[in-house]
Design a protein around this ligand. Structure first.
Ligand code: AMP
Length: 187
């Protein structure tokens, strides 16, 4: 089963993604994690990405499309994959659809985790203190939220039109949300 996790920064994608990956027995792949690893290792991808990431901007599609095609070509992705943090733009969504179609498969479900902005800001303050991510500083976080609304939220309509969208309220305890996620996916 190929599942996409969609939601604003701080909505709990990472936490729910880890639980869901276990439930599905599918690898969770996060482009954010891959990019942070590339930055840490100082690879050419990391050097290109770091300026965009620190500001809270999306890394340009022409850079990300290569990463996505590499991820979907991995043997372990063959039996299904949980996509966390991608696609983030319509161009990326088109590319994911095309790459999966070439392998004779498709996006099966898109899980949209909905959390009000005020709650996202409270969570970001907690995470900034705990993890010290540069892009969780208030200015960068607010820009990430704006970028999400402008560039990524249109994917909600994109996948609704294609009959793939499952909306889940991302409020409550981790277990309550995990239960709602499983229910939405019919697990
Ligand atoms: P995340 O951990 O998913 O919140 O991603 C952290 C940052 O990495 C984002 O704010 C972007 O700068 C960059 N990033 C991660 N995934 C993507 C993507 N699919 N497209 C563009 N930029 C991305």
């Amino acid at each position: 089963m190929n599942v996409i996790l969609l939601g604003p920064p701080g909505c709990g994608k990472g936490t729910q993604g880890a639980l869901l990956a276990k439930e599905l027995g599918a690898p969770r792949v996060s482009t954010g994690d891959l990019l942070r690893a590339a930055v840490k290792d100082g690879t050419p991808l990391g050097v290109t990405a770091t300026g965009f990431m620190d500001k809270g901007l999306l890394v340009p599609d022409e850079v990300i499309l290569g990463l996505i095609s590499e991820v979907l070509a991995r043997p372990e992705a063959g039996k299904g994959i949980l996509m966390d943090g991608f696609p983030r733009t319509t161009a990326q969504a088109d590319a994911v659809g095309d790459l999966l179609a070439k392998r004779g498969t498709q996006v099966d479900a898109v899980l949209s985790l909905e959390v009000p902005d005020a709650e996202l800001v409270t969570r970001m303050q907690g995470r900034a203190a705990a993890e010290g991510r540069a892009d969780d500083k208030p200015d960068a976080f607010n820009l990430r939220l704006k970028v999400y609304r402008e560039q990524t939220a249109p994917l909600i309509a994109y996948y609704r039109e294609r009959g793939k969208l499952k909306e889940v309220a991302g409020m409550g305890t981790v277990e309550e949300i995990a239960r709602a996620v499983r229910k939405a996916l019919g697990l």
